[in-house]
Design a protein around this ligand. Sequence first.
Ligand code: ATP
Ligand code: CA
Ligand code: CA
Length: 432
Amino acid sequence: RVIVGTKVDQNHVNYVTAYNMLTGIRFTVSRINAKMDRELTLADFEAKHKFSFDITGNELIPSAKYDFKFKDYAPWVFRRLRAKFRLDPADYLMSLTSKYILSELGSPGKSGSFFYFSRDYKYIIKTIHHAEHKLLRKILPEYYRHVEENPNTLISQFYGLHRVKMAYGRKIHFVVMNNLFPPHRDIHQTFDLKGSTIGRDLQESDLERNPRATMKDLNWVRRNRHLQCGPSKRDFFIEQLKRDVELLKKLKIMDYSLLVGIHDVERGNEEKLRDKTLQVFQPGGTREEDTNPNMLMRTPSKLENERKARELRMLIKRERPVPLDKAAAKMPEEILDERKYHVFYADDGGFRATHENGQPGEEIYYLGIIDCLTHYGMTKKIENFFKGLSNDRTQISPIPPEGYGDRFINFIKGITMSKEEVERRRDSHASG
Ligand code: ATP
Ligand code: CA
Ligand code: CA
């Protein structure tokens, strides 16, 4: 499939940052995984641990290529969350750090956050602002409870919260989360939907230049698109969405969106063979397999799996024996198995479109609520004031969380209505 990203190699400006992020994750995640499981306490939600890495190392912290400081937040809580999201602990580490390969999406939004994909495309590292970091720490108990009570939540799955600081550098906060889009399927169209109309339009000329650019609410409406869920799944979907939005309202969060990626089954993976853009991030030179553009579609050889297992075993051997071979031998088609428990991620990592009569549709939807760490605080209030002077105040994107959530739900309800239902309503309007 098409992998978007730029190369993060030794010459990349963010090479050292990315390397240190992965080194810190590798160390802190294996550290917490090595401990005996226990019940969470309130203190676990506030916990933070600081580690100093340097080129010599010591008996507690292994040596690293660069000097940097790393902070790990609420490690027990995130360990539990990863388990709730059914991640395999060894597999998580392997995906992120087995070869230190990342590709950088750069900073697609206006916020200036950077996005990185793990090598296997399963995880996203997003750098976040200090205010978002503080918010996540504050809401963590409620987020945790929500995940516990809502196994099918559509809100971003957070797997880790960390901070890295280079010598003389600034502090960079980041989260690790799920990539909603699958490693093995082309996404033919992407929409970022908020239910707001002002400024929610991707210029069609931009789309001509980049057919995969993320479209917005007005592009959706103009295309007369529908999310075809079929009658029973639709109710279930809206019900889950309402529960999720209830939480976000309560936490005074807004500005989130429903990210929708659409895979057209007929078109299939037409571009995977032409893909030349897989970007590699590897400290010690490049192996042939890493530059193979079809790497993600390839089944790892037995030798390779054994080598991976060995690498990882070495990494955590001092702590605890873990049955690694199973995880290390994960085949590409197994990659999404852990998502099977999730109603909306169970059809090939997504949610198969369904006609009114229950027949499967021609598309697979990959969707979730993203960018949900913006508090309706001062900056948004100011933005609302100024934007509201020149626009219809109910249509602009930064409105208070209650109104934001209601408008969001209404929009999604509207677009999940089947074409038949829309017509029925139109007819009854016309006759009534
Ligand atoms: P802004 O605040 O300006 O909206 P941001 O930097 O906070 O931007 P997001 O809105 O979180 O960024 O995401 C920007 C884009 O990155 C999304 O529109 C989507 O294309 C992609 N993206 C974000 N999160 C995910 C995810 N979990 N899975 C797949 N793609 C994602
Ligand atoms: Ca956003
Ligand atoms: Ca944002």
